[in-house]
Design a binder for this molecule. Structure first.
Ligand code: SF4
Length: 343
């Protein structure tokens, strides 16, 4: 049986907006509004969506970087969402993060050796100095940096090398889960590919579970096992990579995928351009949150919220189109929205 490392149920994070004379809550930003997923040992789940959809907030909530509004987060069988900070501290070893910006995520006043030694010391992982040195040398090997670079400062490295140091720092704690928050977004295309390959190699070597937060579907298509698509604080589709990229079952995913460049010269995807802006997370639309931009929206979408449910086993989607007979579902028949409306 596959071991579940992370199990998230109905996670909510609402940020209050305060105003008035007494600083009372006048509204809420519904950043994450009922998100559920799980990640198994050795598995990568990618969380994708446009900027502002709540995906990074999910990552931070899982890491317990702030208190949650509601929901349950279980790490390696232990519930951590309501755990006091003191009790949570030793469990933090099990979940580490790699941030987007390799330039600001490393302390410029610490040499690489000290950056890597910090988590090893904090979690009491080394028996003595020789063990500490051995662990640091092994971490440099793992991320394919020369061992003798441990005496250098962060500014002496390129962006890609710094991100390798960030990965080594995450690995230093011997985690079971790594949250990669746009970890390759700030890098050049060729360096991006190298870092993604490194993450994949480390995952198979160490059996890591990975939550890969990204807006870059071309990268995600290359490296993930499963994908969860977020829109305005909710997951609207989850499936394994092949199923989601092969046959999306939500109009939002269909539109996102239509913008991904096809790696075959001359080949094209029919680009779907979404109209309008993403609505404010302070006042999400009623019914389906995507209805204000969905090219297929019909009356039911404006009043009834679609539930995230299986369309085929393991491929979940929150869209009323999936309740239609397959022959009429435009997503399954490559019917353009105009043809769907006319039918
Ligand atoms: Fe579009 Fe309606 Fe499906 Fe929402 S439920 S994605 S508005 S068709």
């Amino acid at each position: 049986m596959t071991q579940t490392i992370l199990d998230v149920t109905d996670l909510k994070k609402h940020f209050p907006i305060r105003g008035g004379l007494f600083g009372t809550t006048v509204a809420n930003v519904f950043a994450v509004d009922g998100v559920s997923f799980s990640i198994a040992k050795g598995e990568t789940l990618s969380l994708v969506g446009e900027s502002g959809c709540g995906k990074s907030t999910v990552g931070k909530a899982v890491l317990r970087l702030f208190p949650l509004t509601a929901g349950q987060v279980v790490l390696n069988g232990t519930r951590i969402d309501d755990m006091p900070a003191g009790t949570l501290r030793p469990l933090r070893r099990q979940m580490q993060v790699v941030f987007q910006d390799p330039f600001s995520s490393l302390n410029p006043r610490m040499r690489v050796r000290d950056i890597l030694a910090e988590p090893i010391r904090n979690f009491g992982l080394a028996k003595d100095k020789a063990d500490l040195d051995r662990r640091i040398a092994e971490l440099m090997d793992k991320v394919r940096l020369p061992r003798d670079a441990v005496g250098r400062w962060p500014h002496e490295f390129s962006g890609g090398q710094r991100q390798r140091i960030g990965i080594a720092r995450a690995l230093a704690a011997e985690p079971d889960l790594i949250v990669c928050d746009e970890a390759v977004s700030a890098l050049d295309v060729s360096v991006k590919a190298q870092i993604v390959n490194l993450l994949q190699d480390l995952q198979s070597e160490l059996g890591l579970a990975m939550l890969f937060i990204s807006h870059d579907l071309a990268i995600v298509e290359h490296m993930t096992h499963r994908v969860a698509v977020m829109y305005l604080g909710k997951i609207v589709e989850v499936a394994d990579r092949k199923s989601l990229f092969g046959r999306p079952r939500h109009p939002y995913t269909e539109a996102l995928l239509s913008a991904v460049p096809v790696p075959v010269p001359g080949a094209e995807r029919n680009r779907i351009t979404l109209q309008g802006d993403v609505p404010s997370p302070i006042r999400p639309p009623p019914g389906c949150r995507f209805h204000t931009r969905c090219p297929y929206a019909f009356d039911r979408c404006r009043v009834e919220e679609p539930l995230l449910k299986d369309t085929v086993p393991g491929h979940l989607s929150a869209c009323h189109l999936n309740d239609m007979p397959a022959a009429r579902n435009p997503l399954l028949n490559n019917l353009p929205p105009t043809a769907f409306r006319a039918a």
